[in-house]
Design a protein around this ligand. Structure first.
Ligand SMILES: CC(C)(COP(=O)(O)OP(=O)(O)OC[C@H]1O[C@@H](n2cnc3c(N)ncnc32)[C@H](O)[C@@H]1OP(=O)(O)O)[C@@H](O)C(=O)NCCC(=O)NCCS
Length: 304
């Protein structure tokens, strides 16, 4: 047991994380080529959630190939049904070379049976750590701006009773914190459960509501100024008073089943209206298929 580790009480709902951190059997990992290593990780956002030393793996080292294969295997099966599995060359050219992969890993010898079965790993497997999630983040040409390219958790492959609550959420939180990310863009499809996570890293502005240049036109591109004050609301489900003070719902809504609603909102954005935002509380309270409220700044908070 690592007795010096203080577990922030806000994370109690993620009991796998608390137990794993205390026993040392679960740790964050960074899978990063040596030139891309982050200087002074975790120095921008003051947060006591990730005191454990991350496991560092080098994707250019062929001894680490099996770790990559497992990351890839989780991703392939999670995104395969949506026909969006990442080709291997995309993982290498577009993720590993310009950016890095972060997530959580568990000591292979301690893996629960359900995870062993899903990943096809035997109890005496020699690999030291097994990845449970992946978050790929890549710097963009815009100063201080990164793109969240991929988020995936083994939870999506497990029966409900075997899931690690908050694994996907904490994986992205760790990557943003570790890389000192100020501003983050991302893409997801309207109606995706991932929206319930992505809205909790800062107030989420809609950059595109309809994206025909993507292989899925019903993609939303969003931008978040990372603000750790919003993060704990993922666990507490408390209202974000700062959001409610700044923004109000307007008459528009996005219906995940109605492409027309996306095209209409996007037309407004490209005609220079907005900015428009999504509310974490609204999305948390709704089923994935329900129409979502669109927020805009209150008059006294109009952007300049
Ligand atoms: C989306 C994904 C990353 C979420 O990670 P996760 O570890 O399953 O989710 P977390 O445990 O962090 O968060 C749980 C919360 O997410 C939401 N959620 C996760 N999966 C959900 C689903 N299938 N349907 C509805 N809500 C879901 C719920 O709000 C839940 O909290 P609540 O029950 O208290 O409301 C994961 O399901 C996944 O890998 N999916 C496949 C790949 C994918 O779609 N990635 C996102 C691309 S942008």
């Amino acid at each position: 047991m690592n007795k010096s580790f203080q577990v922030p009480s806000i994370l109690a709902k993620a009991d796998w994380y608390v137990q794993g951190a205390l026993s040392g059997d679960i740790r964050p990992y960074v899978y990063v080529r040596p030139d891309n290593k982050i200087n002074t990780p975790g120095s921008r956002h003051h947060l006591d959630w990730f005191p454990m030393e991350p496991i560092c793996k080098n994707p250019l080292d062929t001894h680490e190939l099996e770790f990559a294969n497992l990351i890839y295997s989780i991703e392939e099966r999670a995104f395969g049904p949506a026909n969006m599995a990442m080709p291997r060359w995309v993982f290498y050219d577009c993720a590993i070379i310009p950016g890095f992969v972060a997530g959580f890993a568990m000591r292979t010898s301690k893996l629960p049976k359900a995870i062993r079965e899903v990943l096809n790993i035997s109890a005496d497997h020699p690999m030291d750590w097994t990845p449970l999630s992946l978050f790929i983040i890549i710097p963009t040409m815009a100063k201080g701006q990164w793109v969240a390219h991929n988020l995936c958790a083994i939870n999506s492959l497990l029966p409900e009773k075997d899931r690690f609550y908050g694994l996907g959420f904490l994986s992205k939180a760790f990557g943003l914190w570790y890389a000192n990310v100020e501003s983050c863009l991302g893409m997801t499809q309207w109606g995706s459960p991932a929206l319930k996570l992505h809205t909790h890293y800062g107030h989420m502005q809609i950059v595109t509501a309809y994206t025909p240049v993507h292989s899925h036109a019903k993609t939303v591109t969003y931008k978040v100024e990372v603000n750790t004050n919003c993060w704990e609301k993922f666990f507490t489900r408390e209202d974000d008073l700062a959001f409610l003070e700044k923004y109000q719902p307007n008459a528009m809504m996005i219906d995940p089943g109605q492409e027309k609603s996306m095209i209409e909102l996007h037309s407004r954005i490209q005609d220079g209206h907005g900015p428009y935002f999504l509310s974490a509380a609204d999305i948390a309270a709704k089923k994935l298929t329900e129409p979502l409220l669109i927020y805009e700044p209150k008059k006294e908070h109009k952007y300049v």
